[in-house]
Design a protein around this ligand. Structure first.
Ligand SMILES: [Cu+2]
Length: 335
């Protein structure tokens, strides 16, 4: 056995010496002009492939992208996204061309001579200033949009709704007549009081707990988030809003719904997307999908995280008032 091992080592050493001598020989092999010509043309071919893939993905993936923002605050997210997308898109389209075209244009050639070029202050000034100013403007707009949806310093009088997260469900509570949520704490969770509302708090009496969100069109809604167990993230993609739900603290965002669910379903853009999605679902043998606004969990919070969602229905104000008046107050439900 040991003899076999020695033989193996001897062979391994022999192979390494052989490889090393091959590498030494390679040093004298330099690519010919013909090789450079081929490699240069391959670089151009790769550029064409890259562009084709980019355009194909943009068109093919469009069907699973979100439709137009369904909240007034979300319009700014879409603006930011579009500006950034086209800016980066155009710049990278041009840069890819320069990279691969110059690779081809300055391919190795015996007759070429390198040019010594130290630096250019003018060029450096341009490529520092333009990106810096652009980024400052984009971040400025982004911060403004952030404050806007976080309800910082807004004068409006919003409808207050609490959204409560736990593994693996959502509960919601409307603030009721007084538009003031009663205090909540995990210690008060008992029986049907699944959100842990402090029933000795006067402002808790008229609160209404529901399992589906109804929102009125054109009215500002302020969401307050709590979590019972781990980090969750309240994600309402159609309204372009997302916020972490953190155990032990209350977080928030606010937006104004722009279209009712029915109006959204009638939009050509939404119809085309629903049709595209249903084509994929049919091929898989799944039930057809109908457009609905959704609240999803966007933090991987455990095994059934994927299933943690709540339907959001946006209706005209009249219908919203009617629906809300039909819901029972906590005082009626919890004795
Ligand atoms: Cu979750």
């Amino acid at each position: 056995m040991l003899a076999l091992f020695y033989i193996f080592i001897a062979v391994a050493i022999g192979v390494s010496f052989w490889q090393i001598t091959r590498i030494m020989n390679l040093r004298s092999v330099i690519a010919t002009d013909k090789d450079n010509e081929t490699q240069g043309k391959l670089a151009l071919g790769f550029l064409a492939f890259l562009y084709a893939m980019m355009i194909y993905c943009l068109i093919a993936m469009n069907v699973i992208m979100l439709p137009e923002a369904a909240s007034f605050e979300g319009e700014h997210d879409d603006n930011l996204f579009n500006i950034t997308f086209w800016l980066i898109g155009i710049v990278q389209f041009a840069m890819q061309f320069l990279i691969f075209f110059f690779t081809y244009k300055y391919r190795g050639n015996k007759n070429n001579k390198a040019l010594f070029y130290a630096d250019s202050h003018k060029l450096e000034l341009i490529w520092t200033t333009i990106p810096a100013v652009t980024i400052v403007l984009l971040i400025g707009y982004g911060l403004w949009a952030w404050n806007n949806i976080m309800y910082v310093g807004s004068e409006e009088d919003p409808i207050v709704i609490e959204v409560y997260s736990q593994q693996f469900r959502w509960d919601a509570r409307y603030a009721g007549e007084d538009n003031q949520l009663g205090l909540g704490n995990v210690n008060y969770i008992k029986g049907i009081n699944t959100m842990g509302v402090d029933m000795s708090d006067p402002s808790a009496q008229d609160d209404k707990q529901v399992t589906e969100l109804y929102l009125p069109k054109g009215k500002k809604v302020l969401f307050k988030f709590r979590s019972q167990d781990v980090l969750h993230s309240a994600y309402m993609p159609h309204f372009r809003a997302q916020m972490n739900c953190v155990p032990g603290m209350v977080t928030q965002f606010a937006y104004t719904p722009k279209y009712t669910t029915a109006e959204m379903r009638e939009k050509d853009e939404v119809k085309a997307k629903v049709e595209g999605i249903n084509k994929i679902r049919r091929a898989k043998g799944e039930d057809p999908y109908e457009f609905d606004y959704l609240l999803l969990c966007n933090k991987i919070c455990g095994a059934s995280h994927y299933n943690m969602q709540m339907k959001i229905t946006v209706v005209e104000e009249e219908e919203y008032n009617k629906w809300l008046s039909e819901q029972k107050t906590l005082a009626q439900v919890i004795k």
